[in-house]
Write a protein of this length. Structure first.
Length: 67
């Protein structure tokens, strides 16, 4: 899991990129707290072959990247 809450772009994407390169996961959960990060992490996921599911709870967003 990548908890990128409290970070503004591009840091959440950089954090996800490092996790994907290091672990090559089939599934990765990402937590962010702003819409810009949702859009950018989603774009990164799609560009790297992941399907992305987004859910929101109390102002935080949970993105599930899965192959």
């Amino acid at each position: 899991m990548v908890d990128a809450r409290g970070y503004s772009c591009p840091m959440p994407v950089v954090m996800v990129q490092k996790a994907v390169r290091r672990d090559k996961p089939d599934e990765l959960e990402v937590l962010v707290d702003n819409q810009c990060s949702v859009e950018n992490v989603t774009r990164f996921g799609h560009n790297n072959g992941y399907q992305v599911t987004v859910s929101e709870q109390d102002g935080d967003y949970r993105l599930l990247l899965h192959k």
